[in-house]
Design a protein around this ligand. Structure first.
Ligand code: XLS
Ligand code: NI
Ligand code: NI
Length: 450
């Protein structure tokens, strides 16, 4: 059976009633949907930090997880090396072709950067061998510039120059690892790049510092021929009170202001969208329409709790919306995927729950793709929107769209129009029927799955 007490997960098709077994019911990797295999639309990734390092702690409780390597290794580097085998067997059994990691997830730190890098090299050697043997690829890697106490006040926005310098050294190594392992993207999540309090903060200075940092990273990637797509992952807060990459719109504005638009796109996360007061669909729409959609961290928040829950995505309505946006974009960014930045609940502590939770997330996204494809084939949303904006197809609307009018023209057009005519120019959105139709698509598209 191998290291995990679980067989390879197979697609068995839709089943009514309780989903007890370990099998896919909607995710059929090679099934062609909208001209591409499901696996190529979805490009699922496993997040090393949650799946192999997370002990299922919460702010009030220690870990509950049962993991097959617990208690077997006294030396942290030995455990880190052993976990590589567990990880690759996990990817293979689940049939996931990508993974993601932070430098700190895969190897323990030493006292100096030199020692830390030597530890990393040993684990990266083993990861590289396993990648070759299994064909599993690196969707992205990143550097933890937030866990260690030295980053207490940020890394590339730290008020302490030695810390900024160390972060640069750490990043250099991470880019080299990305290059070596053929990472398709490289992520920057600035969990502590922000402020706790404005009175002691020079905000412009800090954001200029981090922009310089990003330019240095881009220059070094170019120098070593590392061609991964750089991604910024926005999040409004937590752990920092205010994070500079607040949401998609703020991050895009930052990139435009600092001449970084050629280098970066965005990695968008469901729970982060909610923390910023947005839906996941909103964040993806903003990025897609301005050409910044890079990749997705697939998870969901909880309506009743105000922090980053990193739940596995099971909300079908949300996965439909996400996949509808992805279908419009043609892909999840140039090289993106759906990385499960998610952990099982603290109460789901068996090893088997790691498989169950990924299966639930993969099925929810596969089902979302099937529904979104059906809506797309029928042109339901396209027709709805075309009809809603049809007054811009001719007459004054066309002139507005083409930029051929002045305020004086608009005044002349409107001056003698009675209110009754204006009211008649508006139409009901009958949004309730629209939502009912979407419900119908969900029911119909999934009922067709064999
Ligand atoms: C935290 C972030 C983090 C990034 C990678 O909330 O989601 O996990 O994805 O550093
Ligand atoms: Ni997150
Ligand atoms: Ni994330």
């Amino acid at each position: 059976m191998g290291l995990w007490d679980v067989d390879k997960i197979e697609y068995v098709g839709r089943q009514k009633g309780p989903q007890e077994g370990l099998a896919f019911h909607y995710y059929d990797a090679d099934r062609v949907v909208a001209g591409k295999k499901m696996k190529d639309w979805l490009r699922f990734g496993v997040a090393w930090w949650h799946t192999f390092d997370q002990e299922l702690v919460d702010p009030f409780g220690t870990g509950t997880a049962h993991r097959p390597w617990y208690g077997k290794y006294s030396n942290p580097l030995d455990e880190a090396l052993a976990k590589v085998d567990y990880a690759f067997e996990f990817f293979t059994k689940l049939g996931v072709e990508y993974f993601c990691f932070h430098d700190r997830d895969i190897a323990p730190e030493g006292d100096t950067l030199r020692e830390t890098n030597a530890n990393l090299d040993k684990v990266v050697d083993k990861i590289e061998e396993n990648m070759k043997a299994t064909g599993v690829k690196l969707l992205w890697n990143t550097s933890s510039l937030f866990t260690n106490p030295r980053f207490v006040s940020g890394a590339a926005t730290s008020p302490f120059a030695d810390i900024y310098a160390y972060a640069g050294g750490q990043l250099k190594k991470s880019l080299e690892i990305g290059k070596r392992l053929g990472a398709e993207n490289y992520v920057f999540w600035g969990g502590r790049e922000g402020y706790e309090n404005l009175w002691n903060t020079e905000m412009k200075r800090e954001t200029d510092h981090i922009a310089k940092f990003f330019h240095m990273c881009a220059d070094y990637a170019k120098e070593i021929g590392f061609e991964a797509q750089f991604l910024i992952e926005p999040k409004p807060k937590e752990p920092t009170l205010h994070q500079y990459d607040f949401d998609a719109a703020t991050a895009i504005e930052f990139l435009r202001n600092h001449d970084l638009t050629d280098v970066f796109k965005l990695n968008l996360e469901g729970n982060h969208a909610n923390l910023a007061g947005h839906t996941y669909q909103h964040e993806i729409r903003v990025a897609r329409e301005s050409g910044f959609l890079g990749s997705l961290d697939a998870n969901q928040g909880d309506k009743l709790i105000g922090w980053d829950m990193d739940e596995f995505p099971t909300d079908l309505y949300e996965t439909v919306a996400v996949m509808w946006e992805v279908l419009q974009a043609g892909s999840i960014g140039p090289h993106g995927g759906l990385n499960f930045d998610a952990k099982p609940r603290r109460t789901s502590f068996y090893e088997e729950d790691l498989f169950r939770s990924h299966i639930a997330g993969m099925d929810a996204y596969a089902a979302g793709l099937l529904v979104a494809d059906k809506m797309n084939q029928d042109g339901f949303i396209q027709n709805l929107q075309a009809e809603r904006y049809s007054s811009y197809d001719s007459g004054i609307g066309k002139d507005i769209d083409e930029g051929n009018v002045t305020l004086a023209d608009l005044e002349a057009y409107s001056l003698d129009k009675p209110q009754s005519e204006l009211i008649a120019a508006t139409k009901s959105d009958h949004l309730e029927s629209v939502k009912a139709t979407i419900n119908n698509y969900i029911i119909d598209a999934l009922a067709e799955v064999e």
